[in-house]
Design a protein around this ligand. Structure first.
Ligand code: SF4
Length: 271
């Protein structure tokens, strides 16, 4: 079910909520992007039909903007492509008997490039901790390099890059601490040892298999983005199956009880 809590006009809403088929096929276990997300959430999403998932249109807006940017970049480069180049290339490969799919934005002469759209505050956050970009982007691109190697039977990748587009970059803030120094920034990513990446994929598949057979009841603490008030941001704001998640429902009722107790024990001011 798609809600529209912030009254996005119908004209735009129709385009945002349009259901796009991702072309993965039936025999796909999961995508590289899925592997970067919590196994338990993936399992619930897999088992919950689209019409039973709850998501607000404002949460689809970012994906809509991202798709529009990708489409524009694709159309710009499509006509200039040489034979050895690949745009929006999808590769499926088997690991531990499971098919993993990955679609990367751009490949040419050994260079894999992925486009990312994000907020400047997100990059600022990573800059502050000296990471410059999220680790999951590094892992994702290394997985693409491995998929390419497996599909061609030989390592082809020499460089990995992400091009990050900050959708809300503001020149007036350029002197703020850790503020990105431009609206579009390119980062080079280290190409890891292929065995290391393959081990990571296989370990993730094991965790996803456990979730699939019901051994995992909720996401791990590090996966749910707990804020300083103890609130699980991912569960509350970025999970369309939170109403189906037993662990989160228990967590919410405990929080409610604690809040109730706190209110009852707070001394009343009598004037
Ligand atoms: S509600 Fe939270 S714990 Fe449950 S699946 Fe969603 S993100 Fe994971």
């Amino acid at each position: 079910m798609i809600t529209n809590l912030f009254n996005i006009p119908q004209q735009v809403l129709d385009s945002i909520v349009e259901d796009k088929y991702d072309g993965r096929g039936e025999d796909i276990f999961c995508s590289v992007t899925d592997l970067l997300n919590p196994p338990h959430q993936w399992n619930l999403l897999k088992k919950t039909p689209k019409h039973e998932q709850i998501i607000d249109a404002k949460d689809l807006l970012k994906a809509w903007i991202r798709t529009a940017i990708h489409k524009s970049l694709y159309e710009t480069h499509r006509d200039n492509f040489k034979d050895e180049m690949a745009l929006e290339l999808r590769i499926n490969e088997k690991f531990s008997g499971k098919t993993i799919t990955g679609q990367f934005d751009y490949y040419q002469d050994g260079v894999i490039i992925d486009y990312k759209t994000t907020s400047t505050s997100n990059l600022q956050h990573y800059n502050k901790f000296g990471n410059t970009i999220p680790t999951k982007w590094e892992v994702q691109l290394n997985c693409y390099a491995l998929l390419l190697k497996k599909s061609k039977g030989t390592p082809l990748t020499t460089e990995l890059r992400v091009i990050v587009i900050c959708t809300d970059w503001d020149e007036k803030k350029i002197f703020e601490d850790h503020y990105p120094q431009g609206p579009v920034i390119e980062y080079n990513i280290e190409l890891n040892n292929y065995d290391k990446t393959e081990r990571w994929i296989i370990e993730r598949i094991e965790l996803f298999n456990k979730a699939l057979i019901g051994e995992t009841k909720e996401c791990e603490a590090k996966e749910v983005w707990i804020n300083k008030h103890g609130v699980r941001t991912r569960c509350g704001n970025y999970c369309s199956v939170s109403h189906k998640c037993e662990g989160y429902q228990i967590h919410k009722s405990v929080l409610k009880k604690e809040l109730r107790t706190h209110i009852d024990q707070t001394p009343k001011i009598i004037d």
